[in-house]
Design a protein around this ligand. Sequence first.
Ligand SMILES: [Zn+2]
Length: 429
Amino acid sequence: MIPARSRAAAVLLAAAAAAAAGPPPAAAQEPPADDAAVVSRLVEEASPLVEKARGLPFKAKVEAAPVSFEKFIDRYMVEFERLLGGAEKAAPASRLLARLGVLEEGTDVRAVIGRFLQGNIAANYDPVTGKVSFLPGAARSVQLMVHELTHALDDQHFDMKAQMASWKGHVDRMLAYGALAEGDAESVEYRFMTKGALANQPLEQLRTMADAMAAAVMQGKFGATPPALALAFKSQYLEGLLFAEALRRTPEGEKAIDAAFRAPPDSTEQVLHPEKFLAREVPTAVALGAPPEGTRVLMETTLGELASRIVLLARGVEKGEAAAAAAGWAGDAAALLALPSGEALVWVTVWDTEADAAAFLEAAMKAFPERKGEGAPARTFVRRERRVEFAEAGLDGLPAALAAAKGAVETPPAAPGGPPPGGGTPTGK
Ligand SMILES: [Zn+2]
C-alpha cells in the first residue's frame, strides 16, 4: 500500500548513506514528552526542504501528529479494503493469494499485513485525510518527515486519492503506483540524507543493493510474515527508488516525476524497466470472459511482472530464472473461480514473444508441479503462441475452468513505433 513507509527501506538508505556520506543517523529513541509539538516542528523544518527538492510549493500546510499503532491500523485497513474493491473481497483475495503461494492457506491477508506493519511501519501519509502520522518507536527525524511530506506535496499537486479510486483489487496497478509514490519519497529523502550524493551514485550500485535487500526479504528476515508478501510490500520502496532515480536523472528532472504522477505507470513492468515507461509500452489487457454456467468468479486481478516474479520466487523458482521468466510479461488475469466441484485458480497470461511465453511456461511448471495423490487437484497448462493458460482444479471441474479461461478477452495494445522488443530486460542480475 502506498501510505506506509518501511524501516527496511530505511535500512537500505542507511547502508547507502554509510557508503556515500558517513555514518547513518542515530537509532530511534523514546518519543519526548512534548511529542506532538516535536512532530509539528518537524513539518516547519522539512517543508522548505521538500519544496526545494521537488521544485513545487505546498498548496496548504500539512498537519502531522503522533498516532497509536491501533488507530493507525484501523484506518489503514479501511483503505486497504477499499483498494481490494470492498471488505467482502478480503476472504477470496486471501484464498487466491494462498493458491498462488504468497500466503499460507487459511490466513487472512488483512491479519498478515497488520502483523507485518507492527514491526515495519515508522510513519504514514494518508491521502484521504491529507495528514501525516508518526508511529510509536519511530525516530522523530527531519529525514522521516522529508519522506512523508514528499507524499503530501505529491498528493496536493497530483491527487493520489483520485488515482487510487480506480484500482479495485488490481494488484499490478497498486504496486506500480505504490512504487511511483514510495520511490519519489525515498529518492527525495535519500538525496537529503546523503546531502545530494545519491544523485551521483550509479544506478547499478542501487540495483545491487536493492537486489541484496530483496534476497534478504525472501530469506525470511521479516519474522512471521510470508516472505513473498513482505517482498511485494518492500519492492515498492526498492524498485520505486530506482524508478524515481531513473526519471529524476533524465534531462527533464523534476518535471519527469511530475509527468509520471500526472500519467502514472500502467504496470510494474514499466516500473521495473523505466525505458518501457518512457516509451509507454502499454500492457495487454486480459480479462476473463463471462464464466460458464455454474461457475462464479470470486476474485479477479492482474498480477503484472513484479507479482508474477514474486509468485515464481515464492514457489521456489531460482531468482535469476524468476526474474527472466517474468520479464517478457505483456498482460495477465488471475482469478479464483467457484466451480461445482470446489474452488480453482486460473491464471491467463500473455507474453511479448513466443520465446517469452515458453520461458514463463517452463518456470511456471516448476512452480506449480504436477501433483499426484489423493485429492490433489490437477494442474493444467496450455500454451498457444504468446499465451500461457494455467488452471488448477479437480479433474471434474477442469473443463469448466479452462472454458472460462478460453473465454478470456484480450485487448492488444496500441503499438506506436511497432511491436515491443522481445524478451525485455531481466532485472535480477
Ligand atoms: Zn512512504
